[in-house]
Design a binder for this molecule. Sequence first.
Ligand SMILES: [Zn+2]
Length: 310
Amino acid sequence: MSKKSKRGNSPGVGRRGFITAATVAGAAALAPPLAAAATPRAPDAVAKVAAPPTRVAEGTMSEVELAVRDLVIANRILAHENVVDAYGHVSIRHPLHPERYLLSWSRSPEQIEAGDIVEFTLGGEPAGGDQRPPYLERFIHGAIYAARPDVHAVVHAHSVEVLPFSISATKLRPVIHDGAFIGAEVPVWDIAEKFGHETDLLVSNMAQGRDLARRLGGNQMALMRGHGFVAAAASLYEVVRLAVYAPRNAHVLQAALLMGGKIKPLSKGEITARVEGPTLQPNTAAAQRAWAYWAQRAGVADLLPPRPTK
Ligand SMILES: [Zn+2]
């Protein structure tokens, strides 16, 4: 059975008009309710640096509904591209309330639908009193959003390709053009440095989350020793792109290291040109093409906005 046909059997998710009753019920569970969310608060310092929406808004959907939709797509993409499996998660900063973020309750990304998305405070508490069990490691997200006003989307995953670089002295560096998105520096956070040698390696409280965010600093990605990585970006599209290409970059680097000899990573100028150049900014056709491609592969193309007409 294809992924698409599996999705087609999911209650409450239909073609195009995917905001069905079940979806709206799920979105309504977010706090504050959508009626309140329709009146944005005065922008503050955080809102001023907000990235433009990842996708073109459709007239019938609120900003929160669009964010929830894109977060569902992001979950499915990361699952299909093997960035996450049963574990790992992706969040987005709340589009109207920057001191909160949207994240699924404790479901695997492959299975997430709009009704699974919960609104959290930066401290990791469900803002609307949702009773469903949250991810243990949700503290990663709030700690990074608190430390980084420029960040609007976060991924945490355990991709095997990057793990060797979390336990060895060999640095993970960008070596292919799409690897540029990981940035010039990828620091390694070792939980044992501050929390000793008796932890289970998981980020299970805010103190650990804040320590990880400190090690991430102003970078796009940090490895977590013997555990995985965090990625942070200005938009959902950018963080998904980073999370998809980081393992590929790590794979190429590992292969080159096995061949021996000197490695030639991207230069800082090449990284800047790739990341900040006009070609792949989130609202370009080239960027949207990747998002649509990944969504199609993940079986959620029916959640995408309609194609532009000539
Ligand atoms: Zn983890």
